[in-house]
Design a binder for this molecule. Structure first.
Ligand code: SF4
Length: 356
């Protein structure tokens, strides 16, 4: 990914989108079709985080700073940057007293303290489902347990969750890590996880953990969030019938990358992740009758529609939606942004957004 500099942080996202090259409609044996997975795209946590930055710009004016990418999507970050958001890597890059939004992936208490020490006006757009995992970590650590956090090293969410109880938490990257773990007390362990993992791989990691540590305790409820699970269930239904699966999502979007992996595991002949429709290559369509399409939880639907337009150029005009769940969850805006005094309390909390 090429990066540009906005004067503060090299943002790996914005780019000039080239004129769309048309795909050719080459003949294949049988009728061409698209299986469009649903649910796909925006989840409640991403919607809330993006609206939080928009509302912060509206209420406080430019500039509004955002620590890290608000959500892991190059298009969304680019659009917000054009509207006046400035993305930074750490709080010490933000001028004292400025407004700073924490991203949907969450932050550690050390980051919150760092922002307070600089007198920053913090707006916490951490997804409530990530906050739930943070609370579990704090509670388990307070009970004197050692926490095995299943997640990917270096991911911002993992850094934020590890930071809740750094002395009591060990990161488990994959099933292969289990044999290498050194724990204080095998009888006093609990596992939690990143919210955007593969459900199947996580269950395999837990199975191996329990084999090694039979007294391992479970968290009270799933940490892999509803949106990640729903998108994986839908792509599992599509994949066995797909010669090709296209997942719209960015390279650093954990749940988008997992969708590609799950599609391949569940029988898709090939699968590719793309940010934009113009990345579809003619060669991917050779001999392909059925294309499965989905998108990660941080992807606006407009990008999926552009993919469908590209595929229509190539003869894939017959679109069948494969829906495995309905979603209507919406989260309230961060409290710092519930300024609008019109409407009911519920409407104010949703910031004028309309339930699907
Ligand atoms: S993917 Fe899940 S945890 Fe992440 S923002 Fe969306 S709902 Fe929240």
């Amino acid at each position: 990914m090429s990066g540009i500099t906005n004067g503060v942080l090299p943002i790996a996202s914005p780019r000039v989108r080239p004129a769309r090259g048309r795909l050719r409609d080459e003949p294949v044996a049988g009728a061409k079709r698209v299986l469009l997975a649903a649910p796909r795209g925006y989840c409640a946590g991403v919607d809330r985080a993006v609206v939080a930055v928009e509302k912060a710009l509206e209420h406080f004016g430019e500039p509004v700073y955002v620590r890290k990418q608000i959500v892991h999507n190059v298009h969304v970050v680019s659009e917000l940057e054009q509207r006046g958001a400035i993305f930074v890597d750490e709080v010490d890059e933000v001028p004292e007293g400025a407004h700073l939004v924490f991203s949907a992936h969450g932050v550690s208490p050390a980051v919150v303290a760092g922002a307070a020490a600089r007198g920053l006006q913090a707006i916490d757009a951490t997804c409530p489902l990530v906050t739930k995992v943070h609370r579990e970590a704090t509670r388990f650590a307070g009970q004197g347990r050692q926490i095995l956090l299943i997640g990917h090293a270096g991911h911002e969410e993992v850094e934020g969750t590890m930071g809740q109880a750094p002395e009591r938490t060990i990161l488990v990257n994959s099933p292969a890590d289990v044999d290498l773990l050194e724990v204080d007390d095998p009888e006093n362990l609990v596992w939690i996880s990143q919210t955007t993992l593969s459900v199947d791989e996580t269950m395999e990691t837990v199975r191996r953990l329990r084999e090694r540590f039979p007294h391992l305790q479970d968290p009270p409820s799933d940490d892999i969030c509803y949106a990640t699970q729903n998108r994986q269930v839908a792509i599992k239904k599509v994949a066995p019938d797909a010669d090709l699966v296209i997942v719209v999502g960015s390279a650093n979007s954990s749940n988008s990358v997992r969708l590609v992996e799950v599609a391949l595991e569940r029988g898709a002949r090939t699968a590719h992740r793309i940010d934009y429709a113009d990345e579809i290559q003619q060669a991917w369509l050779d001999g392909v009758r059925t294309v499965g399409v989905s998108s990660g939880a941080s992807v606006p639907e407009v990008l999926v529609q552009e993919v469908l337009e590209q595929l229509a150029d190539a003869g894939y005009r017959d679109i069948e939606e494969v829906r495995t769940a309905e979603e209507d969850l919406m989260f309230s805006l961060p409290k710092e942004l519930r300024h609008d005094t019109s409407g009911t309390a519920d409407e104010r909390a949703l910031g004028g957004r309309v339930r699907a």
